[in-house]
Design a protein around this ligand. Sequence first.
Ligand code: AMP
Length: 212
Amino acid sequence: MYIVLLGPPGAGKGTQAQRIASATKLVHISTGDMFRENVKNQTELGKLANEYMAKGELVPDEVTIKMLLERISRDDAKAGAMFDGFPRNVVQARALDEALKSNGTRVDHALLISVADAELIARLGGRWICRNCGKLYHERNDPPKTPGVCDACGGELYQREDDRPEVVRARLEKQKPPAALIDHYRAAGVLKEIDGERSLDDVTASLLEAIR
Ligand code: AMP
Protein backbone atom coordinates (compact mmCIF):
# COMPACT_ATOMS: atom_id res chain seq x y z
CA MET A 1 0.00 0.00 0.00
CA TYR A 2 1.33 3.43 -0.96
CA ILE A 3 0.07 6.42 0.97
CA VAL A 4 0.71 10.09 0.30
CA LEU A 5 0.20 12.52 3.15
CA LEU A 6 -0.62 16.06 2.06
CA GLY A 7 -0.89 19.20 4.12
CA PRO A 8 0.68 22.59 4.71
CA PRO A 9 3.80 22.89 6.85
CA GLY A 10 2.69 22.71 10.49
CA ALA A 11 -0.30 20.47 9.87
CA GLY A 12 1.40 17.69 11.81
CA LYS A 13 2.34 15.66 8.75
CA GLY A 14 5.64 14.44 10.17
CA THR A 15 4.17 13.24 13.46
CA GLN A 16 1.17 11.61 11.82
CA ALA A 17 3.32 9.98 9.15
CA GLN A 18 5.43 8.33 11.86
CA ARG A 19 2.32 7.10 13.64
CA ILE A 20 0.69 5.78 10.49
CA ALA A 21 3.92 4.15 9.35
CA SER A 22 4.33 2.34 12.64
CA ALA A 23 0.66 1.29 12.78
CA THR A 24 0.74 -0.03 9.21
CA LYS A 25 4.39 -1.26 9.20
CA LEU A 26 5.00 0.81 6.08
CA VAL A 27 8.37 2.47 5.61
CA HIS A 28 8.22 6.21 6.29
CA ILE A 29 9.78 8.22 3.47
CA SER A 30 10.21 11.91 4.27
CA THR A 31 11.99 13.99 1.64
CA GLY A 32 12.45 16.75 4.24
CA ASP A 33 14.28 14.30 6.56
CA MET A 34 16.37 13.06 3.64
CA PHE A 35 17.38 16.62 2.75
CA ARG A 36 18.15 17.49 6.39
CA GLU A 37 20.31 14.38 6.71
CA ASN A 38 22.25 15.47 3.62
CA VAL A 39 22.64 18.99 4.98
CA LYS A 40 23.96 17.58 8.27
CA ASN A 41 26.45 15.35 6.48
CA GLN A 42 27.45 18.23 4.21
CA THR A 43 26.98 16.22 1.03
CA GLU A 44 26.80 17.93 -2.35
CA LEU A 45 23.06 17.30 -2.39
CA GLY A 46 22.79 18.81 1.09
CA LYS A 47 24.66 21.96 0.10
CA LEU A 48 22.42 22.44 -2.89
CA ALA A 49 19.19 21.67 -0.98
CA ASN A 50 20.11 24.01 1.85
CA GLU A 51 20.18 27.02 -0.48
CA TYR A 52 16.44 26.51 -0.97
CA MET A 53 15.47 25.16 2.44
CA ALA A 54 16.97 28.12 4.31
CA LYS A 55 14.72 30.46 2.28
CA GLY A 56 11.61 28.37 2.79
CA GLU A 57 11.58 27.42 -0.87
CA LEU A 58 11.15 24.04 -2.49
CA VAL A 59 14.22 22.22 -3.72
CA PRO A 60 14.02 21.93 -7.54
CA ASP A 61 11.89 19.04 -8.82
CA GLU A 62 14.68 17.43 -10.80
CA VAL A 63 16.84 17.02 -7.70
CA THR A 64 13.98 15.95 -5.44
CA ILE A 65 12.51 13.43 -7.88
CA LYS A 66 15.91 11.82 -8.51
CA MET A 67 16.45 11.38 -4.76
CA LEU A 68 12.93 9.99 -4.25
CA LEU A 69 13.12 7.52 -7.14
CA GLU A 70 16.39 6.17 -5.80
CA ARG A 71 14.77 5.78 -2.38
CA ILE A 72 11.71 3.87 -3.59
CA SER A 73 13.84 1.53 -5.67
CA ARG A 74 15.19 0.00 -2.44
CA ASP A 75 13.81 -3.28 -1.14
CA ASP A 76 12.15 -1.85 1.95
CA ALA A 77 9.78 0.22 -0.25
CA LYS A 78 8.74 -2.63 -2.54
CA ALA A 79 5.63 -3.55 -0.55
CA GLY A 80 4.53 0.01 0.04
CA ALA A 81 5.47 3.26 1.71
CA MET A 82 4.15 6.21 3.62
CA PHE A 83 5.27 9.37 1.81
CA ASP A 84 5.64 12.50 3.89
CA GLY A 85 6.43 15.79 2.17
CA PHE A 86 6.36 14.29 -1.29
CA PRO A 87 4.87 15.07 -3.76
CA ARG A 88 4.64 18.84 -3.38
CA ASN A 89 3.32 19.54 -6.91
CA VAL A 90 1.84 17.84 -9.96
CA VAL A 91 5.21 17.28 -11.65
CA GLN A 92 6.38 15.30 -8.62
CA ALA A 93 3.04 13.47 -8.39
CA ARG A 94 3.30 12.36 -12.02
CA ALA A 95 6.86 11.16 -11.49
CA LEU A 96 5.67 9.07 -8.53
CA ASP A 97 2.69 7.73 -10.52
CA GLU A 98 5.00 6.66 -13.35
CA ALA A 99 7.46 4.95 -11.03
CA LEU A 100 4.74 3.04 -9.19
CA LYS A 101 2.97 2.16 -12.43
CA SER A 102 6.10 0.50 -13.76
CA ASN A 103 5.90 -1.82 -10.72
CA GLY A 104 2.20 -2.44 -11.24
CA THR A 105 1.29 -0.38 -8.17
CA ARG A 106 -0.21 3.03 -7.49
CA VAL A 107 -0.90 5.62 -4.82
CA ASP A 108 -3.75 3.98 -2.91
CA HIS A 109 -4.56 6.87 -0.58
CA ALA A 110 -3.84 10.59 -0.64
CA LEU A 111 -4.68 11.98 2.79
CA LEU A 112 -4.99 15.75 3.11
CA ILE A 113 -4.62 17.14 6.64
CA SER A 114 -6.26 20.56 6.61
CA VAL A 115 -5.58 23.39 9.10
CA ALA A 116 -6.48 27.12 8.83
CA ASP A 117 -3.67 29.63 8.09
CA ALA A 118 -3.86 31.52 11.42
CA GLU A 119 -3.46 28.30 13.36
CA LEU A 120 -0.54 27.21 11.17
CA ILE A 121 1.35 30.44 11.80
CA ALA A 122 0.91 30.08 15.59
CA ARG A 123 2.06 26.46 15.45
CA LEU A 124 5.04 26.88 13.15
CA GLY A 125 6.50 30.04 14.63
CA GLY A 126 6.75 28.45 18.07
CA ARG A 127 8.74 25.31 17.35
CA TRP A 128 12.13 24.84 19.11
CA ILE A 129 14.53 21.90 18.90
CA CYS A 130 17.32 20.76 21.22
CA ARG A 131 20.66 21.06 19.49
CA ASN A 132 21.99 18.19 21.57
CA CYS A 133 19.27 15.51 21.72
CA GLY A 134 16.72 16.64 19.11
CA LYS A 135 13.77 16.87 21.52
CA LEU A 136 10.98 19.12 20.19
CA TYR A 137 9.28 21.92 22.13
CA HIS A 138 6.58 24.44 21.38
CA GLU A 139 6.37 27.93 22.90
CA ARG A 140 2.62 27.70 23.33
CA ASN A 141 1.77 24.01 23.53
CA ASP A 142 4.77 22.33 25.08
CA PRO A 143 7.29 24.89 26.41
CA PRO A 144 10.53 23.92 28.17
CA LYS A 145 10.73 24.72 31.91
CA THR A 146 13.47 27.29 31.24
CA PRO A 147 13.26 29.16 27.91
CA GLY A 148 16.05 28.13 25.57
CA VAL A 149 17.13 25.08 27.62
CA CYS A 150 16.21 21.43 27.02
CA ASP A 151 14.39 19.79 29.98
CA ALA A 152 15.76 16.39 29.06
CA CYS A 153 19.48 17.05 28.62
CA GLY A 154 20.15 20.74 29.35
CA GLY A 155 21.12 21.32 25.71
CA GLU A 156 20.60 24.61 23.90
CA LEU A 157 17.29 25.03 22.05
CA TYR A 158 17.26 26.51 18.57
CA GLN A 159 14.73 27.21 15.85
CA ARG A 160 15.06 25.40 12.56
CA GLU A 161 16.12 28.05 10.04
CA ASP A 162 12.84 27.54 8.18
CA ASP A 163 10.75 27.85 11.39
CA ARG A 164 11.73 31.50 12.00
CA PRO A 165 8.62 33.73 11.86
CA GLU A 166 9.66 35.72 8.78
CA VAL A 167 10.37 32.50 6.91
CA VAL A 168 7.14 30.89 8.14
CA ARG A 169 4.78 33.14 6.20
CA ALA A 170 6.76 32.83 3.00
CA ARG A 171 6.99 29.09 3.47
CA LEU A 172 3.25 28.77 4.02
CA GLU A 173 2.44 30.62 0.83
CA LYS A 174 4.99 28.70 -1.18
CA GLN A 175 4.43 25.31 0.38
CA LYS A 176 0.71 24.85 0.77
CA PRO A 177 -0.31 21.88 -1.33
CA PRO A 178 -1.29 23.53 -4.61
CA ALA A 179 -4.91 23.13 -5.71
CA ALA A 180 -3.72 21.30 -8.82
CA LEU A 181 -2.01 18.65 -6.67
CA ILE A 182 -5.13 18.10 -4.60
CA ASP A 183 -7.16 17.90 -7.81
CA HIS A 184 -4.71 15.36 -9.21
CA TYR A 185 -5.52 12.93 -6.41
CA ARG A 186 -9.20 13.83 -6.32
CA ALA A 187 -9.42 12.96 -10.01
CA ALA A 188 -7.68 9.65 -9.29
CA GLY A 189 -10.38 8.93 -6.70
CA VAL A 190 -7.94 8.48 -3.82
CA LEU A 191 -8.23 11.81 -1.96
CA LYS A 192 -9.57 12.04 1.58
CA GLU A 193 -9.59 15.24 3.63
CA ILE A 194 -8.99 15.07 7.38
CA ASP A 195 -9.60 17.93 9.83
CA GLY A 196 -6.17 18.64 11.36
CA GLU A 197 -7.40 21.06 14.05
CA ARG A 198 -8.05 18.33 16.58
CA SER A 199 -5.89 16.37 19.02
CA LEU A 200 -3.04 14.32 17.58
CA ASP A 201 -4.84 11.13 18.62
CA ASP A 202 -8.09 12.13 16.92
CA VAL A 203 -6.27 13.01 13.71
CA THR A 204 -4.38 9.69 13.80
CA ALA A 205 -7.64 7.80 14.32
CA SER A 206 -9.24 9.54 11.32
CA LEU A 207 -6.23 8.83 9.13
CA LEU A 208 -6.22 5.15 10.05
CA GLU A 209 -9.96 4.99 9.45
CA ALA A 210 -9.46 6.56 6.00
CA ILE A 211 -7.04 3.85 4.87
CA ARG A 212 -8.88 0.89 6.31
P1 AMP B 1 9.59 19.35 5.31
O1 AMP B 1 10.33 18.69 6.43
O2 AMP B 1 8.74 18.41 4.52
O3 AMP B 1 8.86 20.58 5.75
O4 AMP B 1 10.72 19.85 4.27
C1 AMP B 1 11.71 20.78 4.65
C2 AMP B 1 12.27 21.45 3.40
O5 AMP B 1 12.84 20.47 2.51
C3 AMP B 1 11.21 22.15 2.55
O6 AMP B 1 10.98 23.46 3.01
C4 AMP B 1 11.85 22.12 1.17
O7 AMP B 1 12.83 23.12 1.05
C5 AMP B 1 12.55 20.77 1.16
N1 AMP B 1 11.66 19.70 0.62
C6 AMP B 1 11.15 18.64 1.29
N2 AMP B 1 10.40 17.87 0.48
C7 AMP B 1 10.41 18.47 -0.74
C8 AMP B 1 9.81 18.16 -2.00
N3 AMP B 1 9.02 17.10 -2.18
N4 AMP B 1 10.07 19.01 -3.03
C9 AMP B 1 10.87 20.07 -2.88
N5 AMP B 1 11.45 20.43 -1.72
C10 AMP B 1 11.24 19.63 -0.65
